[in-house]
Design a protein around this ligand. Structure first.
Ligand SMILES: [Zn+2]
Length: 361
């Protein structure tokens, strides 16, 4: 009996809510991740479940009905943006958003039923979406939704967000709820601009929003310090019965968007910490969500390292995954990946040159 699952579908490979310049990076990381998953034979220990679109009723747990209608309408016309200019509207964006958020909901429900202990949705972690607005490449917020679905079952839920950006949508959707939310992120003249230590929550939720704002350039030593000094003691005190982890990898040293310097050491450490806390307090219940990460190779490798620590995988295989996929000074891309990356860059360069008339058609 396998006790972990990932949500995955070939349809995932066509979905990205980013501007066109980042859609390739967003989509290909899912493919590299699944290729690594297969290559290491994780099918033997982890089920792959087909995501299904979430129902509107479930979406209402975290979003306003007017906003859901707005996305539906924008999805019919496919014109303009869903927000101020980060998240493009396109025909079918509503259905795509229902599917990826549905992947998270399906895993959470299977974990709540006791079918699995842990799960991971690489096409999840849309932590910038607010109750009534899309934002930062996020349409609907599956992080807050996962928290609410588990909380409906009267479980004490904790959300831990290690993405390089503040989990502002998750924080504000759940701001007045006594459910622990912790976010590590770069802070200071940086998107989305929130995530200060003074943002502690409101009403019954006061004290349940915890922000670890990191200065640009922060790396493994700082991450470990924050984890040991505040995050672990806090979670040991809170004793979560269900953990939702937004596992964005844009805090990685090689990310082109966020200037943090985490390496595979931090990603292994957070994976081990999540498993330790889940086993100790939550009967192993933890759901991981993909989140940001704009270097496809780094992102998929770090996801593999994290899930291999969280899931029940033989020690020897877990060690092999870490040894082979950790950051190495000499680079980590296979020959095929190097060729694929260069091909894509050449295609984009040709397209740009044609557009300005510098290259004959
Ligand atoms: Zn991010």
């Amino acid at each position: 009996m396998k006790d972990s699952a990932i949500a995955f579908s070939e349809k995932y490979l066509k979905i990205a809510f980013t501007p066109p310049s980042l859609t390739w990076n967003w989509r290909i990381r899912n493919k590299i991740f699944k290729d690594l998953f297969d290559q290491y034979g994780l099918n033997e220990y982890v089920d792959v479940v087909e995501p299904e679109p979430i129902t509107e009723e479930e979406l209402l747990l975290v979003h306003d009905p007017e906003f859901i209608e707005y996305v539906k309408k924008k999805s019919e016309t496919g014109i303009g943006y869903l927000d101020y200019g980060d998240t493009p509207a396109y025909k079918g964006v509503y259905e795509d958003a229902l599917l990826v958020v549905g992947g998270t909901a399906k895993l959470v429900k299977l974990i709540l039923k006791g079918v699995y202990k842990s799960g991971f949705n690489p096409q999840g972690g849309f932590h910038h979406a607010q109750k009534g607005a899309a934002a930062g490449f996020c349409v609907f917020n599956d992080v807050a939704l996962a928290v609410m679905l588990a909380n409906k079952e009267k479980l004490r839920v904790a959300a831990i967000d290690i993405d390089g950006h503040h989990g502002d949508g998750t924080q504000f959707i759940l701001y007045d709820k006594p459910l622990l939310k912790i976010s590590f992120h770069r802070y200071g003249y940086f998107y989305p601009g929130t995530g200060d230590i003074n943002e502690l929550g409101e009403g019954a939720g006061y004290g349940y929003s915890v922000n670890i704002p990191l200065p640009s350039g922060a790396g493994d030593d700082v991450f470990k310090m924050a984890l040991n000094e505040i995050v672990i003691p806090l979670l040991e005190h809170y004793k979560p019965e269900f953990i939702v982890a937004q596992m964005g990898v844009d805090g990685h040293l090689g990310d082109p968007l966020v200037d943090l310097r985490l390496t595979s050491k931090s990603y292994r450490l957070i994976g081990q910490t999540l498993r330790y806390l889940a086993e100790k307090y939550a009967q192993g219940r933890v759901v991981g969500l993909g989140g940001g990460g704009y270097d496809p190779d780094n992102t998929s490798r770090m996801w593999m390292i994290m899930i291999s620590e969280i899931f029940n995988i033989p020690e020897e295989l877990r060690r092999r995954i870490y040894d082979e996929l950790r950051d190495k000074p000499e680079g980590t891309l296979s020959t095929e990946q190097v060729v694929e990356t260069i091909k894509h860059r050449i295609d984009r360069l040709k397209k740009s040159l044609k557009e300005v008339g510098l290259l004959p058609i």
